[in-house]
Write a protein that binds this ligand. Structure first.
Ligand SMILES: [Zn+2]
Length: 300
């Protein structure tokens, strides 16, 4: 069965915040890197309001969806702003992951890569931050739980930054497990080891080697996943732990992402009938991002 690639042109139109690294070219290089791979290619729909409401308040949704004039930028945070295309792009990023859940649950495909921007894992239920507006992966996890009745959903976040928004959305939610392996201390200054039964934070220092990163992944996340026996794996796939990334200080190469893609898809094959949905989060060196995304998918 072919893997699916879900994306949308609005992801390229959303400007983001000028002066920051979360730019349309990120997606352009990813799509170019995946051009010759054999995917079922799907267009991302808009997320439904009822899906957004599984994580976010009505007030937050309305703030994100307000009308913005074509020449206007509305700052929400020091690095997160609304332009006239942000709402469409953020809705389709969340919609992509919801469509991915429907597709894997209906047996249309098993492996999915959602090539979308803006990213989502920093967006908290009531707050846009860190280039993120809607918590796409948590929205998808709760759709899988509430619409399809899954009892064990794992979310794995390997972006170099802690998935604070995902943690906020899923902490203490029965039937979900969230693991984040990230640089700490570092933006957003969350991600310490916490005493929440379904949250596994693995903070690691700047300069972490590929060997230590792989070891922590094996010892903690993979061990947890064997115990949890997920029915679905959702992956916040950020590639900013690459050694060349300007926003992180880990020392990974694309080979480490190929390794991880392989390791996670083996878990998915063992427990989830192969169901694994990966969503693009960070990754800000364009060359490293395109090579890493390609390597990660090649590892499946
Ligand atoms: Zn990141």
């Amino acid at each position: 069965m072919k893997p699916a690639l879900i994306t949308h042109a609005d992801c390229l139109a959303h400007v983001g915040t000028s002066g920051y690294q979360e730019v349309p070219d990120r997606l352009r290089v990813v799509l170019t890197a995946l051009e010759n791979m054999d995917f079922l290619r799907l267009d991302a729909p808009y997320a439904a309001r009822e899906d957004l409401l599984r994580v976010h308040s009505s007030a937050h949704i309305d703030l994100m969806l307000q009308t913005v004039k074509s020449d206007e930028i509305i700052d929400l945070d020091y690095d997160t702003a609304l332009d006239s295309r942000t709402a469409d792009a953020a809705l389709r990023a969340a919609g992509a992951v919801c469509l991915a859940v429907d597709g894997v649950m209906q047996g249309k495909f098993k492996q999915v890569f959602c090539a979308v921007r803006p990213p989502g894992h920093h967006a908290e239920p009531e707050k846009a931050m860190g280039f993120c507006y809607f918590s796409s992966i948590a929205i998808a996890a709760l759709r899988a739980k509430q619409v399809y009745g899954l009892a064990r959903i794992a979310v794995v976040d390997f972006d170099v930054h802690h998935g604070n928004g995902t943690q906020e959305a899923l902490a203490n939610v029965t039937g979900t497990y969230f693991a984040s392996l990230h640089q700490h201390p570092h933006y957003p200054n969350t991600g310490q080891d916490v005493d929440i039964p379904n949250i596994r934070n693995i903070p690691m220092p700047a300069g972490t080697s590929a060997q230590d990163w792989r070891g922590a992944f094996e010892d903690k996340v993979i061990t947890d996943l064997h115990a949890f026996k997920p029915e679905l794996i959702l992956v916040s796939a950020g590639f900013d732990a690459h050694k060349d990334d300007p926003l992180g200080a880990f020392n990974l190469t694309e080979d480490d992402y190929a390794w991880l893609g392989c390791v996670l898809s083996k878990i998915a094959a063992k427990y989830c009938a192969g169901r694994m949905i990966s969503v693009l989060e960070g990754g800000y060196n364009l060359d490293a991002l395109s090579k890493s995304t390609h390597a990660y998918i090649t590892g499946w």
